[in-house]
Design a protein around this ligand. Structure first.
Ligand code: B12
Ligand code: SF4
Length: 588
């Protein structure tokens, strides 16, 4: 009888990246499938029956766990909460759990409840685990010391997912990056010598996607697609041939370093192959910070001009930006805003510097005794800094909020979209006609015209309609993405205001209690009692008004506040009953 293996991908909380709020316009449930798990799935022998549950597209049922003989989980740090819930469920039904992927790899020492860890890249160790399991002597930890030849990686099992649930499919061509940025964990996990697949293998994977009937875009998930320029050019020639043979079914997007802008041939090939977007780690316009972060490749050219050069080839540039470098000065927030606007980058992923485990930055800050907490894997929503910053933390978070609320103010966002659309050639970025786009257009028209930013929205789409009609479909697609960015930005600001209120409330309650203690006026205890009760009711109301995603982020801080509230109310009650013993047992 076949063994039943269940592969689970935990829920990812909403972030800028999730584009969650835009997906409903196009009837999709998630932006990308879990490529790591689909790759692992291909490594099982035939005596296993596999089921994959991506919790971002469907729910995990108890019966899924009960039916399985063994459960395999993959996760990024940001999925920790859902990961822990799955483990609890597996423990409840006494099932064997195996974990791998970036979160277990970077944090396995602190993860509880997992029977076996498969760490780093698993191409050369997964087979060992399965055969040890067969023999009944599986080890706790399998750690790959070598960086495998990724031609060993089998074609991912696209048949295990419902491709219709996803906006894009994922493929990988290379691992590793030749650069050496201080904060980066990619080079620690995958090395600085890019390893590429043979173009034939990559094309086989593309064929596998094509066979599923998937209709959409393909994300090449490499951290630096152009890490090995000559190999990537060979690949691009093959992709162009394939696209021509199949009447260009796909557009592609990927991640690359900014030196892409300096290679005309590469830009030409990417544009011919159907690339319409590239994500670039720009990080900061501050040269000193780039230098200190070892991001020297960004210093070799004028970054605004470089972005424009790429855009002129019909490739949108999305950018990653960071604030919180030691060398950041007070003007960094305005400089980031100005850069993003001048470069016309609609999708700017701005985050607070987050110290990821295993990085050079981690090692330096550890030596300097500046680490405060483990990374939450989320540097856009969880505004708790995990190290002691040079700039005071509050100022940094305020500055961060200023950046996101400015760049994702609808007026500024649509302005960037408009200047980008003016710059790119007229045959690029436009969507081929599909009925689902008509629905998206109508939904956008109804939802966004009558929204609080309806004026800017209508101004943008009418301007494109009258001056740049060829880009009209691209304009609608930007508007739909904007819908997500505006909502998520408002949510972050609301959630941060809530957490500031939580902190201030505790401080003010503490101050009132200290005051009574100082003055020795036990009669006023009942006033404090009422105050604490009112504060709690007020905060509970505020919490219930946060979006569901943000409630999730604030669950722990609010939970702690609740505990504090219960403890303080009990003490107040006791002290009220025994005024002589006023608040003696109060704890901070
Ligand atoms: C694609 C991708 C995404 C997609 C996620 C899509 C999805 N459904 O997974 C998108 C673009 C949405 C995304 C977003 C984010 N991402 Co991301 N992402 C990647 C990227 C570029 C590729 C992942 C991938 O598919 N790799 C290809 C597969 C084949 O490799 P793999 O997953 O590592 O799997 C191999 C092994 O790890 C192992 N393995 C994996 N899982 C399992 C499970 C088991 C049981 C076993 C045995 C083995 C195993 O086997 C595989 C073959 O060797 C990686 C970088 C990278 N190079 O891995 C970052 C990466 C995973 N992302 C990262 C981060 C931080 C994020 C964000 C949180 C960033 C942010 N601040 O917002 C966001 C938030 C998530 C969100 N809300 O959507 C970090 C994670 C760091 C960490 N330690 O957790 C990474 C490593 C990049 C980085 N250094 O910054 N991401
Ligand atoms: S360019 Fe990107 S992937 Fe390469 S080392 Fe720097 S941050 Fe990491």
């Amino acid at each position: 009888m076949k063994k039943k293996a269940l592969l689970v991908y935990p829920e990812i909380p909403a972030t800028y990246w999730s584009v969650k709020h835009s997906l409903k316009f196009i009837n999709k449930r998630a932006s990308l499938p879990p490529l790591g798990l689909m790759t692992i799935a291909s490594m099982f022998p035939e005596n296993y029956e596999l089921k994959l549950v991506d919790m971002n597209t469907s729910s995990l049922k108890d019966s899924d766990i009960i039916d399985a003989d063994i459960i395999f989980i993959s996760a990024m740090i940001i999925q920790k909460r859902s990961f822990d819930d799955i483990i609890k469920l597996c423990r409840k039904y006494k099932k064997r759990v195996v974990a791998g992927g970036p979160y277990p790899t970077s944090s396995y020492r602190s993860i509880k409840g997992v029977d076996h860890f498969i760490l780093n890249e698993s191409e050369t160790i997964f087979g060992d685990f399965l055969s040890d399991l067969e023999k009944g002597e599986p080890k706790k930890i399998y750690l790959s010391e070598i960086k495998p030849d990724i031609n060993l990686t089998p074609v991912p099992r696209f048949d295990l997912i419902n491709v219709k649930d996803y906006n894009s499919m994922a493929l990988q061509f290379s691992r590793g990056c030749p650069f050496n940025c201080e904060f980066c964990d990619i080079i620690e996990m995958f090395g600085r010598k890019p390893r590429t697949k043979n173009p034939e293998n990559f094309i086989k994977e593309l064929e596998a996607i094509y066979r599923t009937g998937f209709d959409g875009s393909v994300f090449i998930v490499d951290d630096n697609f152009i890490g090995n320029k000559s190999r990537v050019k060979e690949l691009l020639v093959r992709i162009i041939e394939w696209q021509k043979k199949n009447s260009f079914p796909y557009t592609f997007f990927t991640e690359a370093s900014i030196d892409l802008a300096a290679d005309e041939e590469l830009l030409d090939l990417m544009s011919q192959a159907g690339f319409d977007m590239v994500f670039i780690g720009i990080e900061t316009p501050d040269e000193n910070s780039l230098h200190h972060a070892n991001k020297n490749q960004n210093l070799k050219l004028n970054m605004v001009e470089a972005v424009h050069r790429i855009q002129k080839r019909g490739i949108e540039v999305a950018g990653g930006f960071i604030v919180g470098f030691d060398t950041d000065k007070e003007d960094i927030f305005d400089r980031q805003i100005d850069f993003i606007s001048r470069a016309s980058i609609p999708m700017a992923m701005v985050g607070l510097l987050d110290v990821l485990p295993g990085t050079q930055l981690y090692r330096r800050l550890k030596k300097e005794n500046r680490l405060l907490a483990d990374s939450s894997g989320n540097n856009t929503h969880d505004l708790r800094l995990n190290f002691i910053t040079e700039m005071p933390g509050e100022k940094l978070v305020e500055g961060y909020k200023k950046i996101i609320s400015t760049i994702y103010h609808p007026k500024n966002y649509f302005q960037r979209c408009y200047s980008l659309l003016k710059r790119i050639p007229s045959n690029s970025l436009d969507l081929e006609f599909k009925p689902v786009y008509i629905k998206a257009f109508l939904m956008s028209l109804i939802k966004q015209s009558f929204s609080s930013y309806g004026f800017y929205y209508l101004k943008f789409i009418t301007k494109v309609l009258f001056t740049n009609i060829k880009h009209f479909s691209a304009a609608i697609s930007f508007a739909v993405k904007g819908y997500h960015f505006f909502r998520i930005t408002d949510d972050i600001i609301d959630a941060d205001e809530f957490s500031v209120k939580l902190r201030r409330s505790i401080n003010s309650i503490e101050a009132s209690i200290n005051e009574i203690l100082r003055k020795g006026k036990p009669d006023e205890i009942h006033l404090i009692y009422l105050k604490v009760q009112n504060v709690y009711t007020y905060l509970q109301k505020k919490y219930s008004k946060l979006s569901r995603d943000m409630q999730e982020y604030q669950r722990d801080p609010f939970g702690n506040f609740k505990n504090y509230y219960e403890m303080i109310m009990l003490r107040l009650k006791n002290s009220f009953n025994n005024k002589n013993n006023i608040l003696q047992k109060r704890t901070g």
